[in-house]
Ligand binder design. Structure first.
Ligand code: SF4
Length: 202
């Protein structure tokens, strides 16, 4: 675990030095304009897994009044401890194919949507710009928009690394302790009773 944390700390250092103007230049070269098709919020582009950090869940709860258990489920997992309890890392927004917050092709929590949604279809991996499937790719983007996106991508990347460091600092292995599912995140262990992959309706 110590090695993993050390590696992440180095990644964090490198992430803090990412040149936003270069990133913005790369985004402009690729081109992107959201066509508002909302396909990225549905199963059209794969499993529609929207990962969320604890602080993002709290922000959505505070602004919508919805309870956390009605917003997220544990990330689906097959990992078990010796007593048969399931262990998983982090949370995902509930969906029934479409994200539960998608209504009439609009995001009902647009202002408080998680980083992954704010930066779609882009993300950074080992500091490199990666692109997910999206019909808006290749469309012209203004300098201002590409700069905003670059700043958000860097912020997301740094946050992801910090959350991973915290998670590994708190992680004590797949220990039996409660009954059901144990979610490991940056705030520790959370034992709950619902099944991973539970699907709820709108
Ligand atoms: S939170 Fe909003 S933007 Fe993100 S997948 Fe759900 S509906 Fe789409």
């Amino acid at each position: 675990m110590k090695e993993k944390i050390k590696h992440l700390e180095k990644e964090l250092e490198a992430a803090s030095m990412i040149d936003e103007s270069f990133l913005s230049h790369e985004i402009r070269a690729v081109g992107f304009k959201c066509t508002r098709c909302a396909r990225c919020c549905t199963s059209d582009h794969g499993d529609n897994i929207v990962a969320v950090f604890p602080f993002e869940i709290r922000k959505i709860c505070e602004n919508t009044g919805i309870k956390a258990e009605d917003i997220v489920i544990p990330t689906p997992s097959l990992d078990k401890d010796k007593e048969g309890n399931i262990h998983t890392f982090e949370w995902v927004i509930r969906n029934d194919g479409d994200c539960i917050f998608l209504k009439n092709s609009l995001c009902k929590i647009y202002e408080w949507r998680p980083y992954i949604c704010k930066t779609y279809p882009f993300y950074l991996q080992e500091g490199n710009l990666m692109i997910s499937e999206c019909d808006g790719i290749g469309e012209p983007i203004s300098l201002e928009e590409s700069q905003k996106l670059a700043a958000m991508l860097k912020e997301r990347y740094i946050t992801e690394i910090k959350e991973s460091i915290l998670l590994f600092q708190k992680f004590r292995g797949f220990r039996p302790g409660g009954k059901g599912i144990c979610v490991h995140d940056s705030e520790g262990e959370h034992w709950i009773k619902i099944e991973p992959g539970t699907i709820i309706g709108n």
